[in-house]
Write a protein that binds this ligand. Structure first.
Ligand code: PCA
Length: 228
């Protein structure tokens, strides 16, 4: 006689726990598209996902503490951190976090580190633990422009991405995580020549990326490289 299926209708598979973070506004902006889109995503989470969200400070050090507190509070299977990258044309899934804080502008607490490590004695860099190519393909299939990015910069977003990767490497080996940079929203560029994307489209792309990250076992072998 067959043994009862563990996923019989009376015991549906438990949903994946996903933490998605955005940032508070910085650099004189009044909104941050990352947090607008994360809030929008929370209103219609992807199927089969138990979604938690957190807004991170745009402050070196504090941002990683915010992230760690959110991870401890929610014990997620996957963490996707999201930040604004004004000037980019689409969603960019970051490949690598580097162990450098080098701030071109002060953060929201006036801190402006120059060539300091994110983690003293940590490795030079970490790769995202996401299927990058499948994430990009999923966003594109949802109709949202997306690409792999080879650098998350050296400001607070890279800092948080490195902090997340270090947490995974040193304390939470079962956790997977990565970082997505998003363009400005239209209200930020009404008086300047810069690309933008609606909150709704950003949220649609993020939803596709979360689903791809949860369901892909082997990443696609397609190019996402850059010549410069
Ligand atoms: N973008 C900044 C920090 C916060 C954000 O949304 C960055 O790219 O570093």
């Amino acid at each position: 006689m067959p043994s009862p299926s563990p996923s019989s209708p009376s015991s549906p598979p438990s949903p994946a726990k996903v933490l998605v973070t955005g940032f508070e506004p910085f650099d004189g902006e009044t909104v941050n598209p990352s947090w607008l889109a994360v809030r929008s995503l929370a209103e219609a989470p992807p199927a089969g996902v138990d979604l938690a969200t957190a807004e991170l400070s745009c402050v070196f050090g504090t941002a990683i503490e915010d992230l760690r507190a959110a991870v401890e509070a929610t014990s997620p299977d996957l963490v996707l951190c999201v930040g604004q990258a004004g000037g980019r044309h689409g969603l960019t899934v970051e490949r690598v976090a580097v162990n450098v804080d080098d701030a071109r502008i002060p953060d929201n607490a006036g801190r402006q580190p120059v060539d300091e490590p994110v983690v003293e004695g940590g490795p030079a860099a970490y790769f995202a633990s996401l299927p990058l190519k499948a994430c990009v393909a999923a966003a594109r299939e949802a109709g949202v422009p997306a690409a792999v990015s080879q650098t998350a910069g050296t400001f607070v977003c890279n800092h948080v991405f490195y902090g997340l990767a270090h947490l995974i490497a040193t304390e939470r080996p079962a956790l997977r995580g990565g970082f997505v940079h998003v363009p400005y929203v239209p209200e930020q560029v009404v008086d300047r020549a810069a690309p933008s994307m609606s909150v709704r489209d950003i949220a649609t792309g993020l939803s596709a990326i979360v689903t791809a990250a949860l369901t892909t076992t082997t990443d696609l072998r397609v190019t996402g490289g850059a010549t410069h």
